[in-house]
Design a binder for this molecule. Structure first.
Ligand code: NAG
Ligand code: NAG
Length: 398
């Protein structure tokens, strides 16, 4: 009997240790989040285990995320259709209610580290549906071919080509969209793609219709400095670790693992590209509040060889924060969400500073108790708080 109790206690302690994740004090619904992290940790372990048994990691992740995919189902308020724009799959949400005036149009780009995710995942479908309904907007949810099977700039080009299709006069007319009220938005690596295509459009004379807004939800915007205060403070935060970001980057650029070290050491910029450092200089671009206690270290140069082999690293289409001021000046009204407990926080804040300095109108929603991924954790109150703020901003500005 005694042995059984000891065994039970041991299992209990081990289970508690496995589930327990230390979280900052101001996190809302900490137990619910802890539980969700434990579940995703288990899925990750199972995944690793099957990889160890020989299955391909990416096939697995795709198979797992498939399980949460939902078909294009219309409801009483919104008609949902899967179609293609320029041969690239998209899911389109059109409000059912009659409208005399032209509608807003919103082009949404999902995240997933450029290597996973889909417009069909339940949280993405939910968001697009709610946005269409509450904004009375036509929402186009974009897709793109995934890394590492397809490397940069495929993702950028897929998104850009389908966005350009949507921005054609006849297509907008077809959907009853007002060409003066079209916006782009995206989260995480989708925020990266959103920022990149928005920049590209301002310099593309072949596109006559311009964007009214861009909304970037905790975007990833640069690879040159992965040692900003937010990286230092949150490198092990369980919803997005620094190591996962590094992996995301090298899967985006190459299947060659030698890039990983250069990324983690921050040795990517050859001497001849030194001028780029000022665009990611957190010492000058972050407000005091986010710098406190951190000492800025002069960046180190990498070899020209790395930059030559992986030119994407210094390409504004992969790292929109590297755009010069002239390119930023033409950008539309912008909304940026950053979260306190997110390695990507300072990417977003530096972009806010740079856009403001370039004269772009920016609304910055910094979420003090937020963390990466919170936007789509629909079981938690924080998700709806951020979504509501985002939709209210679009209502007023798009
Ligand atoms: C449709 O819109 C109404 C009014 O906004 C709302 O109460 C209802 O829940 C919506 N239906 C669905 C399926 O979301
Ligand atoms: C970064 O900004 C700080 C403070 O403005 C400045 O002293 C430093 O020289 C800058 N470094 C680079 C590489 O731009």
């Amino acid at each position: 009997m005694g042995k059984k109790i000891i065994l039970l206690l041991t299992v209990g302690v081990l289970a508690a240790y496995y589930v327990y994740t230390p979280l900052p004090d101001n996190i809302e619904e900490p137990w619910k989040l802890t539980w969700m992290i434990a579940v995703s940790k288990t899925v990750a372990y199972l995944n690793l285990f099957s990889e160890f048994l020989g299955a391909n990691r990416f096939v697995n992740i795709a198979a797992l995320s498939k399980r949460q995919e939902v078909p294009p189902t219309s409801d009483e308020n919104v008609t949902v259709t899967d179609t293609t724009f320029n041969n690239i799959p998209v899911r389109v949400y059109v409000p059912k209610r009659k409208s005399v005036a032209l509608r807003r149009g919103l082009f949404f780009i999902h995240g997933g580290g450029w290597s996973s995710g889909s417009f069909a995942l339940y949280p993405h479908d939910f968001l697009s549906r709610k946005t269409a309904e509450r904004l009375d907007a036509v929402v186009v949810s974009a897709s793109y071919r995934k890394a590492p099977k397809h490397l940069f700039p495929t993702q950028f080009e897929d998104v850009y080509n389908s966005l350009k299709w949507f921005l054609r006069q006849d297509i907008l007319e077809n959907y009853g969209v007002d060409p003066k009220r079209v916006g782009v938005s995206g989260s995480s690596s989708g925020g990266n793609l959103a920022a990149a295509v928005t920049q590209q459009l301002t310099e593309d004379p072949s596109v006559k219709i311009k964007l009214k807004t861009q909304a970037l939800i905790y975007p990833i915007l640069q690879i040159l400095d992965m040692n900003t205060p937010s990286y230092r403070e949150n490198s092990h935060f369980p919803t997005l670790r620094k190591s996962e970001v590094a992996k995301g980057w090298y899967d985006y650029f190459t299947t060659d693992r030698s890039l990983e070290n250069a990324i983690l050491l921050g040795q990517l910029v050859p001497a001849e590209s030194s001028h780029l450092f000022k665009f990611v200089n957190w010492s000058s671009l972050l407000p005091e509040k986010f710098k406190k206690g951190h000492i800025y270290k002069k960046p180190i140069h990498g070899s020209s060889d790395v930059a030559k082999r992986f030119p994407g690293i210094l390409d504004v289409r992969a790292a929109p924060l590297l755009a010069d001021d002239a390119r930023l000046r033409g950008l539309p009204r912008t909304y940026v969400v950053t979260c306190q407990y997110d390695v990507l926080r300072d990417d977003g804040i530096m972009y806010v500073t740079r856009l403001q300095d370039a004269g772009v109108e920016v609304t910055h929603n910094h979420v003090d108790d937020g963390y990466h991924g919170a936007f789509f954790l629909l079981d938690l109150k924080i998700s709806h708080r951020i979504i509501n703020h985002y939709i209210d901003w679009l209502k007023e500005n798009l």
